[in-house]
Every structure is written in structure tokens, then in C-alpha cells.
Ligand binder design. Structure first.
Ligand code: AMP
Ligand code: MG
Length: 350
């Protein structure tokens, strides 16, 4: 596969992350490490401590299985089959695809529809590529409006026997905003089951940090400076046993007349989200919810996202970075995050 500019950037982030997490102590070197391109991004898995020769293989074959079932661009995937028969017949899918769709619907409800897994047609219309710099035209208002008004996760029918049907062919499933998170959780579960207590799973910035560093200290994660082209970090987060997922406007975008059009689409407008945020990082137990919340909160902006977090029964913490380099932290993460770049300012919002 051709290495894209984003691929190189992600690789730099991965290397940087490894250095931050790994350079503190020589004992902290992973016993096994593997980098690969899947789910349209660079993945890297580091296993520490006791080596189990099959673990890495098992993890990657599971990740490929997930991609083959849930990618909308793989024609034989469950998701493609459901999309193909939209408005017609139900499709029997694999239990894991069913489980991810169920979770996606719940997360759509919890985020007031900001995260919506039926956004596929709008995502295809914008077709934001990885290393596209400039574009002369954008989709017409009419096209956007006609698709926007139809995005609706309530059109997904989950039927008994793992059968799924879309009630209308106006909508198309796209699990791109959640599937890396699911993959990171699945990878974690395989690693833990194999008795490995210390590992880092990184699926293109969706991190699942297993246990703690072998020396017993927390993992130290660099949070990317969203304005930096080189993947430098603006702060350090110290965590154990946790998922850390980031969505940002620097990941995939093009520019037209000086305006940036990125890959996170606001279902209420049909356009790339226009909140004042540059990135959102979610710290939670599971990456699947972190992934969906990062996408949704990027769209909703700080104020509305904080209201949602306040009402959640699960423990979800967040780092919001605005386009003006202001940083908002939720209470539970305040002692674990340090800003290391003086261009960024912590806002005392309480
Ligand atoms: P992420 O990189 O996790 O923020 O997810 C972005 C990806 O999720 C995009 O490339 C689309 O495939 C998909 N997506 C974009 N906007 C939305 C949305 N509002 N709800 C759900 N998925 C979305
Ligand atoms: Mg996401």
C-alpha cells in the first residue's frame, strides 16, 4: 500500500508516542511491536513484559476480520450488504457487527444525533481524502440539503437473529467514526486474555492503554498540537488502564478559498462541523464510546458536550482544544494532564 502523507504523519506520532512512553526507562522497551496499515490508518501495537508468541498474530487477524465485516468500502462486508439492500430486505450480519450497530444507535441517542452512523451518503458526497490539499469546488447546497435531511439513525432496524435492515435507501451506514475504537477494545481483550498486563494499542490515534508501564508508573501520552503539521505534542496525559481517543480537524481535510473542510460532518448542517474546536480527546474505559464521543463532541462544541458528559453514567473525561488554543479539561483529568506548550492556555470554566 502506498504510504500517504497522513501515513507518514501518523508514523511520526506513533514514533513520538513510543519515545514519550518508552524512553523513561530501558526496562520499558516492548518485547514485541508491530506496525501495519489497516482501517484506513496506521496501527501500532506494543506488547511489554511476558512474551506470548501468538498474541500479536491473534490481535491483527481479529482487526482484519473487523475491517472486513464493518468497512463500507469493502464490497463483501456486512455493512456493504446492508447498504446495498437498503429500503428492501434485511441482511443477516455477524454478531459483532450487530453489537457495534446497537452501540452506535445508543451513542447516537446519547449525543442528540451528532454522532450518526447513517451519515454514509454525506461522507461519500464530501469524499474527504487523506492528502488532498486544495479543491476548486465543493458539493452544491442542493445536494447537501437533500442528503442532510435524510440522515437518521432511527431508520436502522435491528431485528431478531442478527438481521439488520435500513428502512429507506436514502441512508447509508458508515461506522468510520466508531470502528477503530471497537477494534482497539477487541485488541485489548485478546491481549489481557493472553495474560499480558502491559501493552499499548494505537489504531490511528485511538489508543487503548493496557495496565501500566512495566516499571509501575502511568503511561505518558503526548496529546497532539492540533495546529502543528509535524505531529508535535502540546501536553502530556498520564494514565493507566484507559482508552484515549482523539478526533480533530487536522486529520483529514482540504482547503478551498482559505477555508478548511475536514472529515467530521455535522448531520444537522451536512457540512464539516463548524464548532470552535480543533480537537477533542476522550479518556474512558472503552475506546468504542471514546471514539463516538470524540467525533460527536467535536461537532457539538465545548458547552453542549460538557452538559452531556455531566449526565452520563459512565466515567468519561475530556480534553477540548479550541481553534484559539484554549484548553478545557473535565474535573477527573485535571491532575493527570499537563500543558507543555505555552501557546496553549488552560481555561478555568467552573
Ligand atoms: P473520527 O476520525 O473517529 O472522528 O471519525 C470520522 C469518520 O467518521 C469519518 O471519516 C466518517 O467516516 C465518519 N463520520 C463523519 N461524521 C460523522 C458523524 N457525524 N457521525 C458518525 N460518523 C461520522
Ligand atoms: Mg470517532
Amino acid at each position: 500500500m502506498k504510504t500517504s502523507k497522513k501515513g507518514i504523519l501518523l508514523l511520526i506520532i506513533v514514533i513520538l508516542l513510543t519515545q514519550i512512553t518508552g524512553c523513561q526507562n530501558n526496562k520499558s522497551e516492548p518485547v514485541e511491536s508491530k506496525t501495519d496499515f489497516l482501517m484506513n490508518t496506521i496501527s501500532k501495537i506494543d506488547l511489554y513484559g511476558n512474551k506470548n508468541k501468538d498474541t500479536m498474530k491473534k490481535v491483527y487477524s481479529r482487526l482484519y476480520e473487523i475491517e472486513n465485516r464493518m468497512s463500507k468500502t469493502i464490497s463483501i462486508s456486512d455493512i456493504s450488504k446492508v447498504n446495498e439492500l437498503a429500503g428492501k430486505e434485511p441482511v443477516k450480519v455477524n454478531p459483532d457487527t450487530y453489537e457495534v450497530l446497537k452501540e452506535a444507535i445508543e451513542l447516537a441517542e446519547l449525543t442528540n444525533g451528532a454522532f450518526d452512523p447513517t451519515i454514509g451518503k454525506l461522507v461519500s458526497l464530501w469524499d474527504i481524502k487523506e492528502n488532498e490539499k486544495e479543491r476548486d469546488t465543493i458539493p452544491s447546497e442542493e445536494e447537501i440539503e437533500s442528503l442532510r435531511s435524510k440522515v437518521d439513525y432511527k431508520k436502522i432496524e435491528l431485528l431478531p437473529g442478527y438481521q439488520v435492515r435500513l428502512k429507506s435507501d436514502d441512508v447509508e451506514l458508515d461506522l468510520g467514526g466508531i470502528v477503530k475504537g471497537y477494534g482497539a477494545d477487541e485488541a485489548r481483550d485478546i491481549i489481557l486474555k493472553d495474560g499480558i498486563e502491559s501493552a499499548i494499542v494505537d489504531l490511528g490515534g485511538d489508543l487503548n492503554l493496557i495496565g501500566e508501564k512495566p516499571d509501575g508508573s502511568p503511561w505518558r501520552i503526548g496529546i497532539q498540537n492540533p495546529t502543528s503539521e509535524t505531529g508535535s505534542h502540546m501536553g502530556i496525559l498520564s494514565v493507566k488502564n484507559s482508552s484515549v481517543v482523539t478526533s480533530g480537524n487536522y486529520e483529514r481535510y482540504f482547503e478551498k478559498d482559505g477555508k478548511r473542510y475536514h472529515h467530521i460532518i455535522d448531520p444537522s448542517t451536512g457540512y464539516p462541523a463548524e464548532s470552535n474546536l480543533a480537537s477533542v480527546t476522550i479518556i474512558s474505559e472503552d475506546s468504542i464510546i471514546g471514539d463516538a464521543y470524540a467525533t460527536a463532541f467535536y461537532i457539538l462544541g465545548v458547552e453542549e458536550s460538557l452538559k452531556i458528559i455531566d449526565k452520563l453514567d459512565k466515567n468519561v473525561e475530556a480534553i477540548f482544544i479550541t481553534k484559539d488554543n484554549e484548553v478545557y479539561l473535565t474535573d477527573g483529568i485535571k491532575d493527570s494532564f499537563t500543558i507543555e506548550n505555552e501557546e496553549f492556555k488552560l481555561i478555568d470554566w467552573k
